[in-house]
Ligand binder design. Structure first.
Ligand SMILES: Nc1nc2c(ncn2[C@@H]2O[C@H](COP(=O)(O)OP(=O)(O)OP(=O)(O)O)[C@@H](O)[C@H]2O)c(=O)[nH]1
Length: 684
């Protein structure tokens, strides 16, 4: 049997079953595996477990040289005994930084240095596993990896849990969650770019969580690197002592040998009590087709043993622990997890809805004080998600259900649109998060979707005193009985860091976007930090692109949620031949309604196909039309075959054509091609 066939059968039937039932295929299977470390590890575990070779807290894994793709099987594995790592020999830390300052590359180097992955494994940013992460070159999901490190000073071996976090503002929720499992962070700053907006935001996340912050200036190999200037910035903004800063190049390896000793010396060990009853913080979860729901946990107190019964403090539901282990960096089964360790648990949960992030898991027979958990994710942006082909609703439903199992930060509810049929209203952490969600729907589940214009959650108060939060503009009632008397919109506190020559243009941009300046300060001789309160809607729509284009990409931007502010908002309807198209409605500030209406009408006119009758494209606030474009009729030449003179015959044909047009108008539906929706909504 060829290696491809061996692997195909194995994946189809599940590794364990294949192993049990096909002993004759063990050797070809290992040959076929090549460098697939996960499968090698799980198979060896299975084999050894069935031979009774594994005891207590031991797990099997490979050392660095062994993890080489060409490595053979059993003779080169080694045993890790997690009981050897009490809290004093554990360090849990995250790498935090602005986008692209080199977090994932540094994580790669540390994994190589500790022989967790093979040097030159051929896959840069090893921990960025999603296709979308690889294509966009960004981290979307925080990833944990356990490493073992021999510290030469005390000749002890340490267990280090490293969490690589995303840099983009939309995913700062992932960062704050990761920090809950850590006692310290590496704050990475690019030696040329210096401190940027997400550096500031992430520093304060770590600072507020009372974590030890180790400053690292990365990319010192770049010709434009200026570590002294960056040290000056770190001193002036965060009061960081320049002598404490480590200089590295994750690319060339320069300075890397200093990092882990400093982690061990400066970051405190986890504080939990090994003698107390088990308490685990549920950090993250995802659904695996073969394994079911996999939970990432931090053991705060006590010991978790495979086979015990655990319960959720949030739901009271209990589960048997079928599998437990560490992420080394793939799932590596063990028999226990001890206080201070970070790992995974598989406990027969049927859906990730049962695995509530921030929940406390404990033994069923003990009562414990739940851990503080996390604030729920705040949805900043909402949009309708519809199947491109209306008949694909069930398929889209299935795809969304599966994807939300692995991205619990998306909220989903069903909705119906007159124009687009049945679909969903989804809440996202930001526009990039929304884009990533769509891309994953298409790439991982083959779903073709149309998304409506993103909107933010507004609050409206009606004359009868009732208040509603509106996530879908079409849902805002325009009936006379429901007169809106007041409304509020969400705002954000934005931080912009820019070279000083762009300050003037940025201030103009912010005031056009209804911003209010809060702070203006120099962070070194050449760079300025601006803080603005801005309506979230103004930030969501294209703010980032404009900021980048005004400053040739030199400014960085981050925001955090702020209060709701009273605002003069109106619902802007788009009408085609007098009929509102619900999927194109939006809520805008009254001062901008006319301009936005005009732009939308112009865009829609360009996108729509001409039809046999004239189409009026209008934007309206209530019954008042604020913008209009007319798409002239496609006049079919009914006289084309009518050669020669008979005037009355020609008139008859023209009359008939006119009647046809009227009938179409009366039926009243303008065909809007799906493609038109796509391009209009994507660009608006
Ligand atoms: N010259 C140089 N380039 C580096 C260094 N470290 C990382 N890079 C490059 O910088 C780019 C971004 O690196 P990543 O490791 O993806 O950065 P990140 O901070 O994880 O990015 P996000 O996850 O998107 O926030 C990649 O092209 C890396 O090859 C370094 O020390 N020197």
């Amino acid at each position: 049997m060829g290696t491809g066939e061996v692997l195909r059968r194995c994946f189809k039937r599940g590794v364990s079953e294949y192993w049990r039932n096909s002993p004759s295929q063990h050797v070809p299977f290992f040959q076929a595996l090549g460098s697939s470390r996960v499968l090698q590890t799980s198979l060896l575990d299975h084999k050894l477990a069935s031979h009774g070779n594994l005891s207590g807290s031991q797990c099997r894994t490979f050392s660095s040289a062994e993890s080489a793709g060409s490595a053979g099987p059993a003779e080169r594995d080694q045993v890790i005994d997690l009981a050897l790592y009490p809290p004093s020999l554990i360090r849990n830390f995250s790498i935090i930084a602005h986008v692209d300052h080199g977090k994932s590359t540094l994580a790669d180097r540390l994994l190589e240095l500790t022989s967790t992955i093979r040097k030159g494994h051929g896959q840069p940013q090893y921990l960025d596993k999603l296709q979308v992460e690889r294509e966009r070159g960004i981290t979307v999901k925080a990833q944990t990896a356990t490493m073992f490190y021999n510290y030469s000073n005390d000749r002890k071996k340490y267990l280090l849990n490293l969490i690589d976090t995303p840099g983009h503002v939309d995913f700062s929720y992932e960062v704050s969650r990761s920090l809950a499992a850590c006692q310290g962070v590496l704050l990475l700053v690019d030696a040329s770019q210096g401190v940027q907006a997400q550096t500031v935001a992430n520093f304060y996340l770590a600072f507020e969580a009372d974590l030890t912050i180790i400053p690292v200036i990365n990319k010192v190999d770049q010709p434009t690197a200026d570590p002294d200037r960056v040290k000056e910035q770190l001193k002036s903004i965060f009061d960081i002592n320049p002598d404490e800063v480590i200089l590295t190049s994750a690319k060339t390896g320069q300075g890397l040998e200093q990092v882990l000793p400093v982690v061990i010396e400066r970051i405190p060990c986890p504080k939990g009590n090994p003698e107390s009853p088990l308490r685990m913080l549920l950090l993250d979860s995802y659904y695996d087709e073969y394994k079911g729901v996999v939970c990432h946990v931090a053991v705060v107190d006590g010991t978790l043993k495979k086979g015990v019964k655990i319960a959720s403090a949030a739901t009271g539901q209990s589960y048997e622990v079928n599998d437990v282990g560490i992420l080394h960096p793939e799932l590596t089964p063990t028999s226990h997890l001890f206080t201070g360790q970070v790992g995974y648990v598989i406990a027969g949960m049927r859906s990730t809805k049962e695995a509530r992030i921030g929940d406390t898991l404990h033994l069923t027979r003990t009562q414990v004080e739940p851990l503080p958990g996390f604030k729920p994710a705040k949805h900043m942006v909402f949009a309708g998600v519809y199947p491109a082909d209306g008949s694909d609703f069930d398929a889209l439903n299935h795809a969304i259900e599966r994807l939300t199992c692995n991205d619990a930060s998306v909220s989903v509810s069903k909705e119906t649109s007159g124009a687009l049929g049945m679909g969903f209203r989804c809440g996202f952490l930001g526009l990039l998060h929304m884009d990533v969600f769509h891309q994953r729907l298409e790439q991982e589940y083959g779903a073709q979707v149309i998304s409506t214009t993103p909107t933010v959650p507004y609050v409206f108060e009606y004359a009868d005193g009732s208040k509603v939060t509106v996530q879908n503009p079409a849902a805002l009632s325009s009936s006379p009985g429901k007169r809106v008397v007041r409304c509020w919109e969400p705002t954000v506190l934005a931080t912009i860091i820019t070279p000083s020559e762009y300050v003037g243009s940025l201030m103009t941009l912010c005031s056009e976007r209804r911003g209010e300046q809060i702070e203006h300060s120099f962070i070194d001789g050449q760079r300025v930090m601006l803080k603005y309160k801005l309506p979230l809607r103004e930030v969501v729509i294209d703010f980032y692109n404009e900021l980048k284009s005004i400053t040739s990409g030199y400014a960085s931007f981050d925001y955090e949620e702020s209060e709701m502010q009273a605002s003069d908002l109106v619902k802007l309807d788009l009408l085609l031949n007098g009929e509102p198209v619900d999927a194109l409605a939006s809520i805008v500030h009254r001062s901008k309604a006319e301009r936005v209406g005009r732009e939308l009408c112009e865009k829609l006119k360009k996108i729509l196909d001409r039809q046999l009758f004239e189409i009026a494209v209008q934007a309206a606030i209530g019954s008042k039309v604020v913008a209009r474009e007319t798409l002239s009729a496609l006049r079919k030449n009914v006289l084309a075959k009518c050669y020669g003179g008979d005037v009355s015959r020609k008139r008859k044909l023209l009359e008939k054509q006119k009647e046809g047009k009227r009938r179409m108008k009366r039926v009243g539906s303008v065909d809007i091609p799906q493609e038109a929706f796509h391009s209009l909504l994507r660009n608006s």
